[in-house]
Design a protein around this ligand. Structure first.
Ligand code: HEC
Length: 106
């Protein structure tokens, strides 16, 4: 019991440190290399963050849908170009959600 709670405390603590270091969604997107195919305002291989925000403005389900598309990969929504899946090692669920919120709030 004592060991378990100590382990839990350690896990919470290191999680908190990691979260503080990775709070900035722009830095998260950079680290996950989203910028290889996405530009804030201009279409590259992928649509711009701005175009994505405009397309899904007012769509309450957009955050969940887009997180799933990034996780699983996507093709045919915007064109023929393909987005490869992004693994949890590349970007965790909480971080991905933060990046998606940041894209949609542009
Ligand atoms: C290899 C290039 C590439 C990389 C890297 C990439 N994307 Fe994409 N992304 C695309 C393409 C191409 C599309 C359009 C896919 C389609 O038409 O279905 C897209 C579409 C999207 C969309 C819109 C999906 C939709 O259903 O409208 C979001 C959101 C997105 N990307 C976020 C990200 C994030 C976040 C990352 C980094 C974790 C990322 N992308 C990395 C190429 C990329």
């Amino acid at each position: 019991m004592r060991t378990a709670s100590r382990l839990l405390a350690t896990a919470l603590l290191s999680g908190a440190v990691a979260a503080a270091a990775q709070d900035d969604p722009a830095a998260l997107a950079e680290a996950a290399r989203c910028g290889m195919c996405h530009h804030p305002e201009q279409a590259m291989l992928g649509p711009s963050w701005q175009a994505i925000a405009e397309r899904y403005a007012g769509d309450e389900n957009a955050a969940a849908l887009l997180a799933q598309r990034v996780r699983e990969g996507s093709q045919g929504v915007w064109g023929e170009a393909m987005m490869m899946p992004t693994t949890e090692e590349q970007l965790g669920d909480a971080e991905l959600a933060r990046v998606i919120d940041w894209i949609l709030s542009r």
